[in-house]
Design a protein around this ligand. Structure first.
Ligand SMILES: C[S@@+](CC[C@H](N)C(=O)[O-])C[C@H]1O[C@@H](n2cnc3c(N)ncnc32)[C@H](O)[C@@H]1O
Length: 232
């Protein structure tokens, strides 16, 4: 086939691709506008749900839930953090920030928050909503490396929204042991789960575990576990 014909063909395809991209941008902007109008009318933040679902479609095992936690669950987690305690409050996997919001509502000063989140889009959102908090974009399972030098004081609590059950047990145990090393003695490691059993096997851990009632007003219903390092 002559080279000129091939070039014309290529140019035609490129033009169509550019047109497709343009149409996609227009459709995305329209959807964005409609979501914002819907939210304004009903006083809700639907775009968090949309962000969440999109991230879940891209990486279901990392996100671990289809929607952000509801207010009841977020409050049930925040209740275990004493707002008058000393030291940073670390949140693992804050996502779009429902638990962060509950912590702040419960009286935790946002400047005490250290938010460890993997997803760059959630990080940008959290940075905007909680500019006083310390944001760490990284893998929470490398907690020691991420926080060892960053925390100038032991943490008063670690609150986790990580989908722990998608990880092997030895990784979960390493995470909680690393967390205890960064925390004040007796400080709580607060974790929610949709599972029936404790996401951290108690018999292996060297920690105490307490579970809340199942919170039925969450989708899906969830339970809050509080772990504390056993005294030796
Ligand atoms: C089940 S969602 C919970 C989000 C939020 N805490 C809530 O209650 O709606 C799990 C979150 O953990 C984050 N995540 C998963 N694996 C992670 C990792 N290894 N390090 C940091 N964040 C992680 C996900 O990006 C997601 O934001």
């Amino acid at each position: 086939m002559p080279l000129a014909t091939l070039r014309t063909f290529e140019q035609r395809i490129e033009r169509q691709l550019r047109l497709l991209e343009l149409k996609k941008n227009i459709i995305e902007r329209n959807i964005g506008r409609q979501i914002r109008q819907f939210e304004r009318k009903r006083g809700i933040r639907l775009d968090d749900e949309v962000r969440f679902i999109r991230s879940w479609i891209e990486r279901p095992l990392t996100i671990g839930a289809v929607t952000p936690s509801g207010k009841m669950l977020a409050r049930a987690m925040a209740r275990h953090v004493d707002p008058n305690s000393d030291g940073p409050v670390v949140e693992l996997g804050p996502g779009t920030g429902p638990v962060t919001e509950a912590l702040v509502e419960a009286g935790v000063d946002p400047s005490r928050l250290v938010l460890v989140e993997f997803n760059p889009e959630f990080c940008r959102l959290l940075q905007k909503r909680y500019p006083e908090a310390t944001l760490v974009q990284g893998d929470a399972y490398s907690l020691r490396r991420l926080l060892e030098t960053l925390l100038i004081q032991p943490a008063a609590a670690v609150v986790s929204g990580l989908p722990l059950v998608t990880k092997p047990i030895r990784m979960r145990l390493r995470l909680i042991r690393d967390a205890f090393d960064l925390m004040l003695p007796g400080a709580p490691f607060v974790q929610f789960t949709y599972s029936v059993a404790s996401p951290l096997p108690r018999r292996l851990g060297g920690f105490t575990a307490e579970a809340s009632e199942r919170i039925w007003m969450n989708i899906p219903p969830a339970r809050v576990w509080v772990y504390r390092k056993s005294e030796v």
